[in-house]
Design a binder for this molecule. Structure first.
Ligand SMILES: [Zn+2]
Length: 253
């Protein structure tokens, strides 16, 4: 089932975004509610209007979230991606990412419409699921860093939004600047797995290893596909001597 967003609905999202920016900039919080009268909030998953008690995602879409529940299996398909490549304590993804599904719509709006609220909302939902099932909360959450130039253009790192959401339940330290991205590897999607690994191998550095040493580190990305970027970042983190390294992503392709 494909999700179609009409031009009107798309414009409604964009106008709302602009309006939110204006009200945030000038601290007119009350104008935000006023704005909702003109540009009613719509659910990013199904584009239906949200009611007053719903936050970012409607109740129908929440029920139908394509959860993987991989955290219930130690040897799940995401963990298996990294087996033999890097020593990770656990690895999992919240949602299945597929053509036309809600996870794809959520991630698209998170990355390209500046909807950081989606990252926070889904991150919090995921952490709640994990903690309900005895997940060991980390000491430090590291959002996979974007290259500086990319972050400047986008204005934010979507992985940080996810980390903030997760941290509603984890209560860890968020190490947004604990790992630096030192080169851009934007051409990697055209290369094979081995070449890609070679390409990303030395793109991360850790300015202060003592912030990572002796701690349980959780590395966050938005979507895991081949896992080569997380693997490369993970190897750099392991050099700093954490007690444990875990991976979580919002979705798996
Ligand atoms: Zn919905």
């Amino acid at each position: 089932m494909g999700i179609k967003i009409t031009r009107f609905q798309y414009l409604s999202v964009m106008k709302q975004k602009t309006w939110n920016k204006i009200t945030q900039k000038y601290h007119f919080g009350w104008l935000s509610d006023f704005g909702k009268l003109f540009f009613p909030s719509i659910c990013i998953g199904c584009t239906q209007p949200l009611n007053a008690s719903e936050d970012t995602i409607c109740i129908d879409c929440l029920i139908k979230l394509p959860r993987t529940n991989y955290h219930r299996l130690e040897a799940n398909p995401v963990f298996n991606k990294f087996r033999g490549r890097i020593q990770v304590d656990s690895a999992s993804a919240f949602l299945y990412f597929a053509r036309g599904n809600s996870a794809r719509a959520f991630l698209h709006h998170l990355k390209y419409s500046g909807r950081q609220d989606i990252g926070k909302r889904l991150g919090a939902l995921y952490a709640k699921d994990l903690m309900n099932e005895g997940y060991a909360a980390p000491d430090v959450i590291i959002p996979l860093p974007l290259h500086q130039s990319k972050q400047r253009i986008r204005g934010f790192n979507q992985c940080t939004s996810i980390a903030l959401g997760l941290n509603k339940y984890f209560g860890a330290e968020i190490g947004s600047d604990f790992v630096k991205r030192i080169s851009n590897n934007s051409t990697q999607t055209k290369k094979g797995r081995f070449e890609r690994w070679e390409n990303v191998e030395r793109i991360f550095s850790i300015p202060n290893p003592e912030k990572i040493s002796g701690k349980h580190i959780l590395l966050i990305d938005d979507v895991v596909t081949t896992g080569s970027t997380m693997e490369a970042c993970g190897h750099t983190i392991l050099e700093a001597g954490p007690t444990k390294l875990s991976f979580l992503t919002l979705a798996t392709a």
